[in-house]
Design a protein around this ligand. Sequence first.
Ligand code: TXA
Ligand code: MG
Length: 355
Amino acid sequence: MLTVIEKININNIDKVAIQKATNILKGNGIVAFPTETVYGLGANALEDTAVKKIYLAKGRPSDNPLIIHISSKKDIYKLVKNVPSIADTLIDSFWPGALTIIFPKTDIVPNVTSGNLNTVAIRMPKNKICLELIKSCGFPLAAPSANTSTKPSPTKASHVYNDLNGKIPMIIDGGKCSIGIESSVVTINNNEIIMLRAGGITKEMIQKILPNTNITVKNNEYKNCFDSPTDNICISPGMKYKHYAPNGELFLIRGENDRVMRYIKNNLLLDYKNNTKSLVICTKENIEFYKKFNHLNIGSNHNLDDVAKNLFDVLRQCDDMNTKKIYVQTFLEDGIGIAIMNRLCKASSNKIINV
Ligand code: TXA
Ligand code: MG
């Protein structure tokens, strides 16, 4: 299959290109498109033949449910049985945006979309190209991240192309994703919010809007890192699968900054002597220290939004350079830092070295 790339300027959206993508989606085909978090691989969420093509192209296990993307808040009513008042508040505060909410589903949502669960994950994205596309289709789009299963999520059209070239008919290139990390996934249980995946909307942002609501970050991927690995109750099916991993071995180095830098430098030297291709993913502040070694700049330690935005791109560059060993410092687990550390822990298969 030929994969066509349609470039769309987010500030001047080409209606013809949107129509081409719409035609494919109306014919039960699949299209990759940008969202503000990561690129998605979309299909008509209400047509099981269309949705099945997503699982096939990604190589995704069929029990891992998809998120349904809508273009208007009122679109949820036909997809869900009821909207608890906490969900109403979340929707008013964070949609359009990087927050996915789980609801009990109605029968119009096919079981392939929900991975046979009786619940469905929904979000209204903010990216204008994505919103235009959903509106133009007139039906909601089921879309996981547009990467091959287990690879880092794509934040540029070229990432999608590298993974899915020949497997999908079209990629809409809308430039680099502005957030760069997936949406937060939450479920509501009476008066409690459970965050199943930390992402673009942080616990702190939600707590500010709902100061009297208990918010628990389950984030199993994250729990695996620092808590007992047996404490791995699988609430969000996606959490049990390997994710975000580059081909090379990634090591997370935790400790006081000077010690971390010295440890990494020693290892880079050793790898060099052993003819092992290795590199450090470092912050802008530490580049000078590593300048004689292979390094990739992930952004400033004082701007974790930037680090989130660059994270998946940098992980993919490690593969492009055929790197065998990758060293990364840990980041402050606060705000978006929780999502960053969660993805890094997964990428490292929990290889965390305390120095
Ligand atoms: O930012 C995002 O969320 C991106 C863009 C494209 O919107 N999408 C994305 O989709 O990351 P995906 O499929 O890669 O991740 C969806 C996560 C998975 O961990 C999945 O298991 C979980 O959401 N999920 C989906 N439906 C669920 C449900 N009914 N109950 C619990 N977890 C669910
Ligand atoms: Mg994904």
